[in-house]
Design a protein around this ligand. Structure first.
Ligand SMILES: NC(=O)C1=CN([C@@H]2O[C@H](COP(=O)(O)OP(=O)(O)OC[C@H]3O[C@@H](n4cnc5c(N)ncnc54)[C@H](O)[C@@H]3O)[C@@H](O)[C@H]2O)[C@@H](O)CC1
Ligand SMILES: Nc1ncnc2c1ncn2[C@@H]1O[C@H](COP(=O)(O)OP(=O)(O)O)[C@@H](O)[C@H]1O
Ligand SMILES: [Mg+2]
Length: 307
């Protein structure tokens, strides 16, 4: 297991990934994404993740959430399209009849924030892994479901497309089924967890927290090699409910815009942390909430879109 850091995620790097938009771009070029999130009492998780997709530049954002959440999400983010699971699955499997529009499929999908860990969520995650083969971001209850089900673990390992997992330390320990005796905040422990998760699941891993780590593979001279980067943005004001749901949306949006998932993960954590830093500068680390990080995403992204 490699625990050396390849480097840090810097503004210069982000500038290479997020480019000014071509003048003739249209919304079909910016990614159609699907966010599967929320449950009764957890509307916020769905709004924060879907809102972050919109604010990161996705062309079209579908939110799959229980019907009871629709009116809240349509009020907070009327730009998003709310759908129920049956329709999401139909579109995932390429059936676009009855949509009244041309629909060529989702460019990226997120699964997990606030969906719960019951049988219904488990069945849906299995159906998603079997039906969809594109870029997939797994967070929160998506990760908790995988941690408790060997069949899901195998489905993740054999998934034909690219996956990003975004655990916090508590979720990482569940996924690794370890009884971590070291300090979860200790640098070496965090690096070992990120590296081991990447190796175990064969996915890009975003181990969240102060100094978020991104572990994955990058190809050099045609050969994939293990890489691990540490983020340089963010602050303790982000230790607030829903901050991670915003990150899920940012990474999903970038992946849906065609950025390879390890780059989407690296760029996403930097932008998300920068938005958190802008929120802290305005409001302070005590009073800021996840919605403030979401509202600062445009300011965090703005310099990279300027010609
Ligand atoms: N408004 C909403 O709808 C919200 C919904 N949420 C959803 O609530 C569900 C439960 O997620 P939680 O993460 O709260 O619960 P978890 O039980 O997964 O994680 C919290 C536990 O992990 C421990 N932990 C250790 N290291 C940690 C670290 N570095 N960061 C965070 N926790 C660490 C904490 O002490 C705590 O005991 C998820 O589905 C999540 O998406 C949350 O995102 C909060 C907001
Ligand atoms: N002390 C900190 N410094 C920097 N970033 C932090 C800090 N605490 C939390 N964060 C960030 O906030 C987010 C929290 O995500 P998560 O634990 O999943 O919250 P939630 O599930 O409530 O949305 C992560 O992106 C994490 O990196
Ligand atoms: Mg979370």
């Amino acid at each position: 297991m490699i625990t050396n850091i390849t480097g840090t995620i810097t503004e210069e790097y982000v500038r290479r990934v997020i480019r000014p938009r071509p003048r003739d771009m249209h919304k079909g070029d910016c990614g159609h994404v699907l966010v599967i999130a929320g449950s009764a009492g957890m509307t916020g998780a769905a709004w924060l993740a879907a809102g972050a997709c919109l604010r990161t530049g996705s062309g079209l954002v579908y939110v799959c959430t229980p019907k009871a959440n629709f009116s809240v999400i349509q009020t907070l983010a009327p730009e998003a399209i709310c759908i129920e699971w049956d329709e999401a699955l139909r579109l995932l499997s390429g059936d676009n009849t009855n949509t009244g529009r041309h629909f060529s499929g989702y460019d990226a999908v997120a699964f997990g924030p606030g969906v719960g860990t019951g049988m219904q969520s488990k069945r849906r995650l299995k159906a998603l892994l079997m039906t969809y083969g594109g870029p997939l971001v797994l967070d929160a209850d998506g990760l908790n479901l995988i941690a408790g089900d060997d069949e899901l673990k195998e489905m993740v390992r054999s998934y034909p497309g690219e996956i990003v997992m975004t655990p916090h330390a508590g979720e990482a320990v569940r996924l690794l089924q370890i009884r971590e005796t070291g300090d979860w905040k200790e640098t070496e422990t965090r690096r070992r967890m990120a590296s081991y998760l990447e190796e175990t699941y064969g996915v890009t891993v975003v181990l969240k927290g102060a100094g978020t780590l991104v572990a994955g593979r990058e190809t050099e001279d045609g050969v994939p090699r293990f890489v691990m980067y540490e983020n340089t943005t963010g602050n303790p004001g982000m230790a607030a409910a829903g901050s991670g749901d915003v990150l899920t949306g940012v990474i999903t949006s970038l992946a849906g815009q065609g950025i390879p998932v390890t780059d989407a993960a690296k760029t996403g954590v930097w932008i998300h942390g920068r938005a958190g830093d802008l929120a802290a500068a305005d409001l302070g680390e005590y009073g800021m909430i996840a919605g403030d990080i979401l509202r600062k995403l445009p300011a965090a992204l703005k310099p990279f879109g300027e010609r």
